[in-house]
Write a protein that binds this ligand. Structure first.
Ligand SMILES: [Zn+2]
Ligand SMILES: [Zn+2]
Ligand SMILES: [Zn+2]
Length: 514
Protein backbone atom coordinates (compact mmCIF):
# COMPACT_ATOMS: atom_id res chain seq x y z
CA UNK A 1 0.00 0.00 0.00
CA UNK A 2 1.45 3.38 -0.88
CA UNK A 3 0.26 6.90 -1.48
CA UNK A 4 -0.25 7.51 -5.18
CA UNK A 5 2.34 9.65 -6.88
CA UNK A 6 1.41 9.05 -10.49
CA UNK A 7 -1.60 7.40 -12.03
CA UNK A 8 -0.94 4.41 -14.26
CA UNK A 9 -3.53 4.57 -17.00
CA UNK A 10 -4.98 1.37 -18.39
CA UNK A 11 -6.47 1.60 -21.88
CA UNK A 12 -9.31 4.05 -21.42
CA UNK A 13 -12.80 2.98 -22.41
CA UNK A 14 -14.91 6.09 -21.99
CA UNK A 15 -18.32 5.34 -20.63
CA UNK A 16 -17.47 1.86 -19.41
CA UNK A 17 -17.53 1.88 -15.64
CA UNK A 18 -14.39 0.49 -14.12
CA UNK A 19 -11.92 1.67 -16.73
CA UNK A 20 -11.10 5.20 -15.71
CA UNK A 21 -7.52 5.81 -14.55
CA UNK A 22 -6.41 4.30 -11.29
CA UNK A 23 -7.71 0.79 -11.69
CA UNK A 24 -4.59 -1.09 -12.61
CA UNK A 25 -2.93 -3.63 -10.39
CA UNK A 26 -0.27 -1.08 -9.45
CA UNK A 27 -2.57 1.86 -8.86
CA UNK A 28 -1.92 3.65 -5.58
CA UNK A 29 -4.26 5.19 -3.06
CA UNK A 30 -6.50 7.98 -4.20
CA UNK A 31 -6.59 10.44 -1.31
CA UNK A 32 -8.87 13.44 -0.92
CA UNK A 33 -7.50 16.96 -0.52
CA UNK A 34 -5.78 16.84 2.85
CA UNK A 35 -5.13 19.41 5.55
CA UNK A 36 -1.46 19.63 6.61
CA UNK A 37 -2.49 18.15 9.96
CA UNK A 38 -4.12 15.07 8.38
CA UNK A 39 -1.23 14.67 6.02
CA UNK A 40 1.24 14.70 8.91
CA UNK A 41 -0.80 12.02 10.72
CA UNK A 42 -0.83 9.84 7.63
CA UNK A 43 2.85 10.21 6.94
CA UNK A 44 3.52 9.33 10.58
CA UNK A 45 1.42 6.19 10.18
CA UNK A 46 2.98 5.14 6.89
CA UNK A 47 6.51 5.51 8.24
CA UNK A 48 5.85 4.07 11.71
CA UNK A 49 7.56 0.85 12.74
CA UNK A 50 4.23 -0.86 13.39
CA UNK A 51 2.81 0.09 9.98
CA UNK A 52 2.73 -3.54 8.76
CA UNK A 53 0.77 -4.52 11.89
CA UNK A 54 -1.60 -1.62 11.38
CA UNK A 55 -2.10 -2.39 7.68
CA UNK A 56 -2.74 -6.04 8.55
CA UNK A 57 -5.34 -5.04 11.16
CA UNK A 58 -7.02 -2.57 8.80
CA UNK A 59 -7.23 -5.23 6.09
CA UNK A 60 -8.77 -7.74 8.52
CA UNK A 61 -11.70 -5.39 9.22
CA UNK A 62 -12.07 -4.64 5.51
CA UNK A 63 -10.73 -1.11 6.06
CA UNK A 64 -13.69 -0.19 8.22
CA UNK A 65 -13.59 3.55 9.00
CA UNK A 66 -14.45 3.25 12.73
CA UNK A 67 -13.65 -0.24 14.00
CA UNK A 68 -14.58 -1.21 17.54
CA UNK A 69 -11.69 -2.28 19.78
CA UNK A 70 -12.07 -5.15 22.24
CA UNK A 71 -9.72 -6.63 24.82
CA UNK A 72 -10.20 -10.18 25.99
CA UNK A 73 -9.82 -13.88 25.54
CA UNK A 74 -11.97 -16.77 24.46
CA UNK A 75 -11.62 -20.53 24.67
CA UNK A 76 -13.35 -22.99 22.38
CA UNK A 77 -14.31 -26.19 24.17
CA UNK A 78 -15.72 -29.46 22.87
CA UNK A 79 -19.14 -29.56 24.50
CA UNK A 80 -19.12 -33.37 24.82
CA UNK A 81 -15.64 -34.02 26.20
CA UNK A 82 -14.68 -30.71 27.76
CA UNK A 83 -11.49 -30.72 25.71
CA UNK A 84 -10.02 -27.31 24.96
CA UNK A 85 -9.93 -27.03 21.17
CA UNK A 86 -8.41 -23.59 20.84
CA UNK A 87 -7.76 -20.41 22.72
CA UNK A 88 -7.70 -16.90 21.45
CA UNK A 89 -6.44 -13.71 23.06
CA UNK A 90 -6.67 -10.21 21.69
CA UNK A 91 -3.12 -9.71 23.04
CA UNK A 92 -1.95 -11.94 20.19
CA UNK A 93 -3.29 -9.51 17.61
CA UNK A 94 -0.63 -7.46 15.80
CA UNK A 95 -1.72 -4.31 17.63
CA UNK A 96 -2.50 -6.11 20.90
CA UNK A 97 -6.25 -5.47 20.63
CA UNK A 98 -9.05 -7.05 18.61
CA UNK A 99 -10.60 -4.79 15.97
CA UNK A 100 -14.17 -5.50 14.89
CA UNK A 101 -16.05 -3.85 12.02
CA UNK A 102 -18.32 -0.96 13.07
CA UNK A 103 -21.13 -2.46 11.00
CA UNK A 104 -22.66 0.92 10.18
CA UNK A 105 -25.10 0.72 7.29
CA UNK A 106 -24.59 4.32 6.21
CA UNK A 107 -22.27 5.02 3.32
CA UNK A 108 -21.16 8.35 4.75
CA UNK A 109 -20.30 6.77 8.12
CA UNK A 110 -18.36 3.77 6.84
CA UNK A 111 -18.02 3.03 3.12
CA UNK A 112 -16.67 -0.45 3.78
CA UNK A 113 -19.32 -1.67 6.25
CA UNK A 114 -22.13 -0.10 4.25
CA UNK A 115 -20.99 -2.22 1.30
CA UNK A 116 -21.20 -5.36 3.42
CA UNK A 117 -24.66 -4.31 4.49
CA UNK A 118 -25.69 -3.58 0.89
CA UNK A 119 -24.34 -6.95 -0.23
CA UNK A 120 -26.23 -8.75 2.55
CA UNK A 121 -29.38 -6.87 1.69
CA UNK A 122 -28.92 -7.72 -1.97
CA UNK A 123 -28.59 -11.45 -1.27
CA UNK A 124 -31.41 -11.39 1.22
CA UNK A 125 -33.74 -9.71 -1.25
CA UNK A 126 -32.59 -11.84 -4.15
CA UNK A 127 -33.07 -15.06 -2.15
CA UNK A 128 -36.62 -13.97 -1.42
CA UNK A 129 -37.23 -13.59 -5.16
CA UNK A 130 -35.63 -16.64 -6.72
CA UNK A 131 -34.45 -18.75 -3.79
CA UNK A 132 -30.95 -19.65 -2.69
CA UNK A 133 -29.06 -19.08 0.57
CA UNK A 134 -31.22 -21.65 2.30
CA UNK A 135 -34.45 -20.43 0.71
CA UNK A 136 -36.02 -23.09 -1.54
CA UNK A 137 -36.16 -22.33 -5.25
CA UNK A 138 -39.90 -22.99 -5.21
CA UNK A 139 -40.27 -19.51 -3.82
CA UNK A 140 -39.88 -18.33 -7.43
CA UNK A 141 -43.27 -19.83 -8.23
CA UNK A 142 -45.08 -17.52 -5.86
CA UNK A 143 -46.59 -14.25 -7.10
CA UNK A 144 -44.30 -11.29 -6.52
CA UNK A 145 -44.90 -7.60 -7.04
CA UNK A 146 -42.59 -4.58 -6.85
CA UNK A 147 -44.54 -1.61 -5.56
CA UNK A 148 -43.66 2.04 -5.00
CA UNK A 149 -45.81 4.01 -2.58
CA UNK A 150 -45.33 7.76 -2.81
CA UNK A 151 -46.23 10.77 -0.68
CA UNK A 152 -49.05 13.12 -1.73
CA UNK A 153 -48.37 16.69 -2.81
CA UNK A 154 -47.95 19.53 -0.29
CA UNK A 155 -47.42 22.22 -2.91
CA UNK A 156 -46.02 22.66 -6.42
CA UNK A 157 -42.32 21.76 -6.70
CA UNK A 158 -39.78 21.83 -9.53
CA UNK A 159 -39.23 18.41 -11.07
CA UNK A 160 -37.49 16.49 -13.79
CA UNK A 161 -40.09 15.38 -16.33
CA UNK A 162 -37.99 13.22 -18.66
CA UNK A 163 -36.83 16.09 -20.85
CA UNK A 164 -40.13 17.91 -20.83
CA UNK A 165 -40.91 21.30 -19.28
CA UNK A 166 -41.13 21.41 -15.50
CA UNK A 167 -44.66 22.79 -15.15
CA UNK A 168 -45.90 24.05 -18.49
CA UNK A 169 -49.51 24.46 -17.36
CA UNK A 170 -51.23 25.91 -14.33
CA UNK A 171 -53.14 23.16 -12.53
CA UNK A 172 -56.91 23.46 -12.76
CA UNK A 173 -58.40 25.92 -10.30
CA UNK A 174 -55.09 27.60 -9.45
CA UNK A 175 -54.36 31.13 -10.76
CA UNK A 176 -51.18 31.71 -12.82
CA UNK A 177 -49.70 33.84 -10.05
CA UNK A 178 -50.01 32.85 -6.38
CA UNK A 179 -51.06 35.22 -3.62
CA UNK A 180 -47.37 35.87 -2.91
CA UNK A 181 -46.85 37.08 -6.48
CA UNK A 182 -44.93 34.02 -7.67
CA UNK A 183 -45.74 32.14 -10.91
CA UNK A 184 -47.38 28.72 -10.62
CA UNK A 185 -45.80 27.56 -13.88
CA UNK A 186 -42.17 26.81 -14.78
CA UNK A 187 -41.05 26.43 -18.39
CA UNK A 188 -37.53 25.23 -17.56
CA UNK A 189 -36.31 21.72 -18.38
CA UNK A 190 -34.41 20.61 -15.28
CA UNK A 191 -31.59 18.07 -15.48
CA UNK A 192 -30.83 15.73 -12.60
CA UNK A 193 -28.10 18.01 -11.23
CA UNK A 194 -30.39 21.04 -11.05
CA UNK A 195 -30.47 22.50 -7.55
CA UNK A 196 -34.05 23.58 -8.10
CA UNK A 197 -35.27 19.97 -8.15
CA UNK A 198 -37.75 19.40 -5.34
CA UNK A 199 -37.79 23.09 -4.38
CA UNK A 200 -41.28 24.61 -4.14
CA UNK A 201 -42.37 27.13 -6.77
CA UNK A 202 -43.55 29.20 -3.81
CA UNK A 203 -42.21 28.29 -0.34
CA UNK A 204 -44.90 30.45 1.23
CA UNK A 205 -47.66 28.43 -0.44
CA UNK A 206 -46.05 25.10 0.50
CA UNK A 207 -47.73 23.23 3.39
CA UNK A 208 -44.65 22.55 5.54
CA UNK A 209 -46.59 21.46 8.61
CA UNK A 210 -48.68 19.04 6.55
CA UNK A 211 -45.51 17.66 4.98
CA UNK A 212 -43.83 17.04 8.37
CA UNK A 213 -46.94 15.44 9.83
CA UNK A 214 -47.28 13.08 6.85
CA UNK A 215 -43.65 12.04 7.14
CA UNK A 216 -44.06 11.45 10.88
CA UNK A 217 -46.95 9.08 10.25
CA UNK A 218 -45.53 7.38 7.14
CA UNK A 219 -44.68 4.20 9.11
CA UNK A 220 -48.30 4.09 10.32
CA UNK A 221 -49.54 4.46 6.74
CA UNK A 222 -47.31 1.52 5.76
CA UNK A 223 -48.67 -0.56 8.64
CA UNK A 224 -52.21 0.20 7.55
CA UNK A 225 -51.28 -0.63 3.98
CA UNK A 226 -50.24 -4.17 4.98
CA UNK A 227 -53.49 -4.64 6.92
CA UNK A 228 -55.59 -3.25 4.08
CA UNK A 229 -53.78 -5.45 1.56
CA UNK A 230 -54.68 -8.54 3.58
CA UNK A 231 -58.30 -7.43 3.76
CA UNK A 232 -58.50 -6.83 0.00
CA UNK A 233 -56.75 -10.11 -0.63
CA UNK A 234 -59.32 -12.02 1.40
CA UNK A 235 -62.05 -10.37 -0.64
CA UNK A 236 -60.33 -11.11 -3.97
CA UNK A 237 -59.84 -14.75 -3.04
CA UNK A 238 -63.35 -15.05 -1.62
CA UNK A 239 -62.34 -16.18 1.87
CA UNK A 240 -63.33 -14.65 5.22
CA UNK A 241 -60.53 -12.49 6.59
CA UNK A 242 -60.17 -14.68 9.65
CA UNK A 243 -59.41 -17.65 7.42
CA UNK A 244 -56.92 -15.85 5.15
CA UNK A 245 -53.81 -17.18 6.99
CA UNK A 246 -55.03 -20.71 6.22
CA UNK A 247 -54.94 -19.88 2.51
CA UNK A 248 -52.16 -17.35 1.86
CA UNK A 249 -49.59 -15.26 3.74
CA UNK A 250 -48.01 -12.01 2.67
CA UNK A 251 -44.23 -11.49 2.82
CA UNK A 252 -42.42 -8.30 2.02
CA UNK A 253 -39.10 -6.47 2.00
CA UNK A 254 -39.20 -2.71 1.82
CA UNK A 255 -36.89 0.29 1.83
CA UNK A 256 -37.53 3.99 2.27
CA UNK A 257 -35.97 6.47 -0.12
CA UNK A 258 -35.86 10.27 0.14
CA UNK A 259 -37.00 12.33 -2.79
CA UNK A 260 -35.64 15.77 -3.57
CA UNK A 261 -38.73 17.36 -2.07
CA UNK A 262 -37.74 15.83 1.29
CA UNK A 263 -40.50 13.23 1.42
CA UNK A 264 -39.89 9.51 1.53
CA UNK A 265 -41.11 6.85 -0.89
CA UNK A 266 -41.52 3.22 0.04
CA UNK A 267 -40.21 0.64 -2.41
CA UNK A 268 -41.42 -2.84 -1.56
CA UNK A 269 -41.24 -6.37 -2.81
CA UNK A 270 -44.46 -8.09 -1.85
CA UNK A 271 -44.76 -11.85 -2.20
CA UNK A 272 -47.76 -14.09 -1.82
CA UNK A 273 -46.97 -17.41 -0.14
CA UNK A 274 -49.19 -20.30 0.81
CA UNK A 275 -50.34 -20.84 4.41
CA UNK A 276 -47.82 -20.48 7.20
CA UNK A 277 -45.60 -23.53 7.72
CA UNK A 278 -42.65 -24.17 10.01
CA UNK A 279 -40.22 -23.35 7.25
CA UNK A 280 -42.25 -20.73 5.39
CA UNK A 281 -42.28 -20.45 1.59
CA UNK A 282 -45.32 -22.65 1.00
CA UNK A 283 -46.56 -22.55 -2.60
CA UNK A 284 -49.34 -20.06 -3.26
CA UNK A 285 -52.69 -21.64 -4.09
CA UNK A 286 -54.01 -21.72 -7.66
CA UNK A 287 -55.80 -18.50 -8.62
CA UNK A 288 -53.41 -16.38 -6.56
CA UNK A 289 -51.54 -14.83 -9.49
CA UNK A 290 -49.13 -11.92 -9.76
CA UNK A 291 -51.79 -10.04 -11.73
CA UNK A 292 -54.25 -10.46 -8.87
CA UNK A 293 -51.64 -9.40 -6.31
CA UNK A 294 -50.76 -6.32 -8.40
CA UNK A 295 -54.39 -5.24 -8.50
CA UNK A 296 -54.85 -5.87 -4.77
CA UNK A 297 -51.72 -3.89 -3.88
CA UNK A 298 -52.80 -0.95 -6.04
CA UNK A 299 -56.31 -0.90 -4.59
CA UNK A 300 -55.08 -1.25 -1.02
CA UNK A 301 -52.50 1.55 -1.36
CA UNK A 302 -55.17 3.86 -2.77
CA UNK A 303 -57.59 3.01 0.03
CA UNK A 304 -55.32 3.64 3.04
CA UNK A 305 -56.34 6.55 5.28
CA UNK A 306 -55.17 7.78 8.65
CA UNK A 307 -56.51 10.72 10.65
CA UNK A 308 -53.39 12.25 12.18
CA UNK A 309 -53.78 13.54 15.75
CA UNK A 310 -53.56 17.29 16.20
CA UNK A 311 -50.32 19.03 17.25
CA UNK A 312 -52.22 21.05 19.85
CA UNK A 313 -55.72 22.35 20.47
CA UNK A 314 -55.36 25.02 17.77
CA UNK A 315 -54.45 22.43 15.16
CA UNK A 316 -56.80 20.48 12.91
CA UNK A 317 -57.04 16.78 12.17
CA UNK A 318 -55.43 15.90 8.83
CA UNK A 319 -56.61 12.89 6.83
CA UNK A 320 -53.40 11.27 5.51
CA UNK A 321 -53.03 8.98 2.51
CA UNK A 322 -50.45 7.88 -0.03
CA UNK A 323 -49.84 9.91 -3.17
CA UNK A 324 -51.70 9.14 -6.37
CA UNK A 325 -48.47 8.15 -8.15
CA UNK A 326 -48.65 4.49 -7.31
CA UNK A 327 -46.70 1.88 -9.12
CA UNK A 328 -47.03 -1.88 -8.75
CA UNK A 329 -45.63 -4.39 -11.23
CA UNK A 330 -44.92 -8.11 -11.29
CA UNK A 331 -41.34 -9.34 -11.13
CA UNK A 332 -40.13 -11.69 -13.84
CA UNK A 333 -38.29 -14.84 -12.96
CA UNK A 334 -37.60 -18.02 -14.85
CA UNK A 335 -41.02 -19.28 -13.92
CA UNK A 336 -43.14 -16.16 -13.80
CA UNK A 337 -44.41 -15.27 -17.20
CA UNK A 338 -47.41 -13.03 -16.62
CA UNK A 339 -47.42 -9.47 -17.93
CA UNK A 340 -44.07 -9.40 -19.76
CA UNK A 341 -44.47 -5.70 -20.64
CA UNK A 342 -44.10 -4.56 -17.08
CA UNK A 343 -41.59 -7.12 -15.98
CA UNK A 344 -38.61 -6.36 -13.81
CA UNK A 345 -35.58 -8.59 -13.40
CA UNK A 346 -34.83 -9.79 -9.84
CA UNK A 347 -31.24 -8.50 -9.94
CA UNK A 348 -32.47 -5.02 -10.86
CA UNK A 349 -34.86 -4.90 -7.97
CA UNK A 350 -32.51 -6.45 -5.40
CA UNK A 351 -29.74 -4.04 -6.41
CA UNK A 352 -32.10 -1.10 -6.28
CA UNK A 353 -33.41 -1.91 -2.83
CA UNK A 354 -29.95 -2.73 -1.47
CA UNK A 355 -28.62 0.59 -2.71
CA UNK A 356 -31.26 2.60 -0.92
CA UNK A 357 -30.89 0.60 2.26
CA UNK A 358 -27.46 2.21 2.81
CA UNK A 359 -28.53 5.79 2.20
CA UNK A 360 -29.87 8.31 4.66
CA UNK A 361 -31.37 11.71 3.98
CA UNK A 362 -28.04 13.53 3.90
CA UNK A 363 -26.26 10.78 1.93
CA UNK A 364 -28.71 10.77 -0.90
CA UNK A 365 -29.20 14.42 -1.61
CA UNK A 366 -27.94 17.88 -0.91
CA UNK A 367 -29.31 18.33 2.59
CA UNK A 368 -28.58 22.02 2.92
CA UNK A 369 -30.97 23.42 0.36
CA UNK A 370 -33.47 26.14 1.36
CA UNK A 371 -36.46 23.78 1.20
CA UNK A 372 -34.91 21.26 3.59
CA UNK A 373 -33.86 24.07 5.91
CA UNK A 374 -37.44 25.22 5.99
CA UNK A 375 -38.58 21.67 6.69
CA UNK A 376 -36.30 21.59 9.72
CA UNK A 377 -37.77 24.91 10.84
CA UNK A 378 -41.24 23.41 10.48
CA UNK A 379 -40.14 20.55 12.76
CA UNK A 380 -38.79 23.09 15.26
CA UNK A 381 -42.11 24.96 15.19
CA UNK A 382 -44.09 21.75 15.65
CA UNK A 383 -41.81 20.76 18.53
CA UNK A 384 -42.36 24.11 20.20
CA UNK A 385 -46.12 23.71 19.90
CA UNK A 386 -45.89 20.16 21.21
CA UNK A 387 -43.83 21.29 24.20
CA UNK A 388 -46.37 23.97 25.06
CA UNK A 389 -49.16 21.42 24.70
CA UNK A 390 -47.35 18.93 26.95
CA UNK A 391 -46.94 21.59 29.55
CA UNK A 392 -50.55 22.71 29.40
CA UNK A 393 -51.96 19.17 29.56
CA UNK A 394 -49.36 18.04 32.10
CA UNK A 395 -48.63 14.79 30.27
CA UNK A 396 -45.27 13.04 29.84
CA UNK A 397 -43.45 13.53 26.54
CA UNK A 398 -43.88 9.91 25.46
CA UNK A 399 -47.65 10.17 25.72
CA UNK A 400 -47.84 12.99 23.22
CA UNK A 401 -48.16 11.78 19.60
CA UNK A 402 -45.49 14.31 18.54
CA UNK A 403 -43.41 14.21 21.73
CA UNK A 404 -40.38 12.70 19.96
CA UNK A 405 -40.67 14.52 16.64
CA UNK A 406 -37.72 16.79 17.45
CA UNK A 407 -35.47 13.76 17.86
CA UNK A 408 -36.04 12.90 14.19
CA UNK A 409 -35.25 16.35 12.88
CA UNK A 410 -32.11 15.08 11.09
CA UNK A 411 -34.33 12.57 9.23
CA UNK A 412 -36.82 15.30 8.34
CA UNK A 413 -39.31 13.64 10.66
CA UNK A 414 -39.08 10.10 9.26
CA UNK A 415 -38.73 7.69 12.18
CA UNK A 416 -39.17 4.39 10.37
CA UNK A 417 -36.55 1.86 9.39
CA UNK A 418 -34.87 2.26 6.07
CA UNK A 419 -34.97 -1.39 5.28
CA UNK A 420 -37.39 -3.88 6.78
CA UNK A 421 -38.92 -7.18 5.85
CA UNK A 422 -41.45 -9.60 7.19
CA UNK A 423 -40.14 -12.59 9.13
CA UNK A 424 -40.47 -15.26 6.48
CA UNK A 425 -39.33 -13.20 3.54
CA UNK A 426 -35.86 -14.75 3.45
CA UNK A 427 -34.87 -16.75 6.47
CA UNK A 428 -31.14 -17.40 6.67
CA UNK A 429 -29.79 -13.96 5.90
CA UNK A 430 -32.49 -12.50 8.08
CA UNK A 431 -31.07 -14.42 11.00
CA UNK A 432 -27.57 -13.21 10.18
CA UNK A 433 -28.76 -9.67 10.00
CA UNK A 434 -30.60 -9.92 13.29
CA UNK A 435 -27.47 -11.33 14.87
CA UNK A 436 -25.51 -8.38 13.55
CA UNK A 437 -28.14 -5.93 14.73
CA UNK A 438 -28.18 -7.55 18.18
CA UNK A 439 -24.42 -7.23 18.35
CA UNK A 440 -24.51 -3.56 17.39
CA UNK A 441 -27.20 -2.86 19.96
CA UNK A 442 -25.35 -4.56 22.78
CA UNK A 443 -22.14 -2.92 21.78
CA UNK A 444 -23.87 0.44 21.89
CA UNK A 445 -25.24 -0.34 25.37
CA UNK A 446 -21.85 -1.49 26.59
CA UNK A 447 -20.32 1.63 25.10
CA UNK A 448 -22.85 3.91 26.72
CA UNK A 449 -22.78 2.31 30.17
CA UNK A 450 -19.05 1.63 30.12
CA UNK A 451 -19.74 -2.01 30.96
CA UNK A 452 -17.90 -5.04 29.60
CA UNK A 453 -19.45 -6.88 26.70
CA UNK A 454 -19.32 -10.48 27.85
CA UNK A 455 -19.08 -13.43 25.59
CA UNK A 456 -22.25 -15.00 26.91
CA UNK A 457 -23.91 -12.25 24.90
CA UNK A 458 -21.73 -12.82 21.88
CA UNK A 459 -22.52 -16.53 21.85
CA UNK A 460 -26.24 -16.24 21.70
CA UNK A 461 -25.98 -13.69 18.91
CA UNK A 462 -25.05 -16.53 16.59
CA UNK A 463 -27.35 -19.00 18.28
CA UNK A 464 -29.07 -19.79 15.01
CA UNK A 465 -25.90 -20.58 13.15
CA UNK A 466 -23.52 -21.80 15.84
CA UNK A 467 -22.08 -25.26 15.72
CA UNK A 468 -23.65 -26.77 18.80
CA UNK A 469 -20.89 -29.26 19.48
CA UNK A 470 -18.52 -26.55 20.65
CA UNK A 471 -18.72 -23.93 23.36
CA UNK A 472 -16.94 -20.62 23.33
CA UNK A 473 -16.17 -19.16 26.74
CA UNK A 474 -14.53 -15.84 27.27
CA UNK A 475 -14.60 -12.32 28.50
CA UNK A 476 -14.49 -9.17 26.43
CA UNK A 477 -14.05 -5.56 27.42
CA UNK A 478 -14.88 -2.64 25.19
CA UNK A 479 -11.71 -0.62 24.63
CA UNK A 480 -13.06 2.16 22.47
CA UNK A 481 -13.92 2.71 18.84
CA UNK A 482 -12.32 4.25 15.81
CA UNK A 483 -8.72 4.48 14.69
CA UNK A 484 -6.11 6.39 16.70
CA UNK A 485 -6.17 9.45 14.44
CA UNK A 486 -8.27 10.97 11.69
CA UNK A 487 -5.32 10.31 9.42
CA UNK A 488 -5.65 6.58 10.11
CA UNK A 489 -9.36 6.74 9.31
CA UNK A 490 -8.63 8.50 5.99
CA UNK A 491 -6.03 5.88 5.13
CA UNK A 492 -8.50 3.10 5.89
CA UNK A 493 -11.20 4.75 3.77
CA UNK A 494 -8.77 5.30 0.89
CA UNK A 495 -7.70 1.67 1.08
CA UNK A 496 -11.34 0.56 1.10
CA UNK A 497 -12.00 2.68 -1.99
CA UNK A 498 -8.89 1.24 -3.60
CA UNK A 499 -10.06 -2.32 -2.89
CA UNK A 500 -13.42 -1.50 -4.44
CA UNK A 501 -11.79 -0.01 -7.55
CA UNK A 502 -9.51 -3.01 -7.85
CA UNK A 503 -12.43 -5.44 -7.62
CA UNK A 504 -14.27 -3.48 -10.33
CA UNK A 505 -11.14 -3.39 -12.50
CA UNK A 506 -10.66 -7.14 -12.18
CA UNK A 507 -14.30 -7.84 -12.97
CA UNK A 508 -14.01 -5.62 -16.02
CA UNK A 509 -10.80 -7.36 -17.18
CA UNK A 510 -12.39 -10.76 -16.74
CA UNK A 511 -15.35 -9.57 -18.77
CA UNK A 512 -13.08 -8.38 -21.63
CA UNK A 513 -11.10 -11.60 -21.64
CA UNK A 514 -14.16 -13.73 -22.12
ZN1 LIG B 1 -17.17 0.08 9.52
ZN1 LIG C 1 -39.13 24.16 -12.55
ZN1 LIG D 1 -47.27 31.60 -2.88
Amino acid sequence: MGVRTDRPSPTPHPGIPGTFPGFGEDAGLDLPALTPHLEAQMVARLTAKDFPAWADTAAKVGHCAHPVRLHGTSTTIDAATGEVLSTYSSADEPLGVLHVRCGNRRESACPSCSRVYAADTFHLIRAGVIGGKGVPEDVADNPLVFATLTAPTFGLVHGRRNGRKCRAFTPKGIPGICEHGRPTVCHAVHDDQDRLLGQPLCPDCYDYTGHVIWQWWAPELWRRFTITTRRHLAKALGVPQSRLPNVVTLQYAKVAEYQHRGLIHFHALIRLDGPKTDTGFAPAPGGATAALLTRVVEDAAAAVRFDAPRLDEDDRVRRLRFGTQLDARPIATRRRTDDPDRELVPEQVAGYLAKYATKSASDTLDADNPHWQRLRHAIDDATERTDADLHRRRIPRLEHPYGLLGKWRHMLGFRGHFSTKSRRYSVTLGQLRRARARFQRRLAHAHRDGTPLDVGDLNDLLRDDADETTLVVGQWVYAGSGWDTDGDAELAKAAAARAREYAAWRAEKKHHNR
